[in-house]
Design a protein around this ligand. Structure first.
Ligand SMILES: [Zn+2]
Length: 341
């Protein structure tokens, strides 16, 4: 997938594509950021941009001032398609095996291969996905190569936990930070690439912390159901101050059972809805809504949840989540929250 097909991360992609065009790409890179936001996709796109046989221009800005955009891959030539299929001889992907770690032999193998000139492409690209799974000996083994990579090679280390890498490794790589994706982007991607309905996609995106990977895992875990319950609770709490009714609403949250994970999912969905009420109340940019598909419902809740109440409700959900983490009984947490929201 070329740079232009990747969701989000525009400034970063622009930086990379320009460095490819100018030939100024640092030879050792670290892609750091949360799981499931597109770090590996970007590394593969970079390998394509470096080896594409008929690159195209990448630019997100209107072309003016004569500044050409960066280089992007065509996505269709033999090199691009071999890289996409993972069979290009010069694009090596190293990842943890069944043991969960990357073995020193895997590292010795790629280091040795970078000693030769590329076979079919212009640049050899070594992608180490899950670099935090490198043991200390493996990190030691790669240090020298990261410092002085063979001229035709580029190393890309990928991790969501850069801090577990040795400081000596971190100091030899240029770190690029990938941010979580806005919920709207996650939802659009789930609809486009994963065939989800709008409601499913928005519910999963709202609970995803900006990670497509997590959204996909979460959607199987009942994100939509959790959001539905959370919305009904808010609706109920908005309309009634009567404590008995509110305690009835608490039963909605626990489903009458005591499943901690389920309650926690529903509380997270609640928190995301209340955050959106805050966004709408402040008349902030509607594109930042996590639950954009529920905007009409949220607008009608705004009458009850003015700024102060939304803020109190938000912090109540936060306290409820913390109590649940500390092992409080789900029923007590749900009851308390229903009275305080
Ligand atoms: Zn190409």
């Amino acid at each position: 997938m070329p740079f232009r097909a990747i969701t989000g991360h525009r400034p970063l992609l622009e930086l990379l594509s320009r460095a490819v065009r100018r030939g100024t790409l640092p030879p050792s890179l670290l892609f750091a950021g949360p799981h499931g936001v597109g770090k590996r996709l970007t590394a593969v796109a970079l390998a394509q941009a470096l080896n594409c046989e008929r690159h195209v221009e990448y630019s997100t800005r209107p072309t003016s001032g004569g500044d050409p955009g960066g280089n992007d891959a065509c996505g269709e030539c033999a090199a691009c398609s071999r890289i996409a299929r993972g069979v290009h001889a010069d694009v090596l992907i190293v990842e943890p095996g069944d043991s969960g770690s990357i073995k020193i032999e895997q590292i010795r193998d790629v280091v040795e291969r970078t000693g030769y000139r590329p076979f079919e492409g212009r640049r050899r690209v070594v992608i180490i996905d899950g670099a935090d799974a490198l043991g200390l000996p493996a990190q030691d083994a790669i240090l020298k190569t990261l410092e002085e990579p063979p001229s035709a090679s580029v190393f890309v280390l990928i991790t969501d936990r850069p801090d577990v890498l040795l400081p000596t490794v971190r100091s030899r790589v240029q770190r690029l930070r990938f941010a979580p994706l806005p919920p709207g982007d996650v939802a659009a991607l789930l609809i486009r690439d994963h065939g989800m309905s709008a409601a499913e996609a928005h519910a999963a995106a709202a609970a995803s912390d900006g990670s497509v990977g997590r959204a996909i895992d979460g959607s199987a875990d009942g994100a939509m159901e959790a959001r539905d319950v959370a919305a009904r609770l808010l609706q109920g709490a908005a309309g009634s101050m009567d404590p008995r009714r509110r305690l009835d609403a608490a039963k909605l949250l626990t489903g009458g059972g005591s499943d901690r994970d389920e309650l926690s999912r529903r509380l997270l969905a609640l928190s995301s809805l209340i955050r959106d009420l805050g966004v709408l109340g402040a008349r902030a940019d509607g594109r930042t809504l996590a639950n954009a598909d529920l905007e009409p419902q949220l607008q009608s809740l705004l009458r009850s949840y003015d700024g102060d109440r939304a803020l109190r409700a938000f912090s109540a959900v936060d306290r409820a989540l913390a109590a649940l983490d500390r092992n409080a009984s789900p029923k007590i947490v749900a009851d308390w929250l229903a009275l305080n929201i």
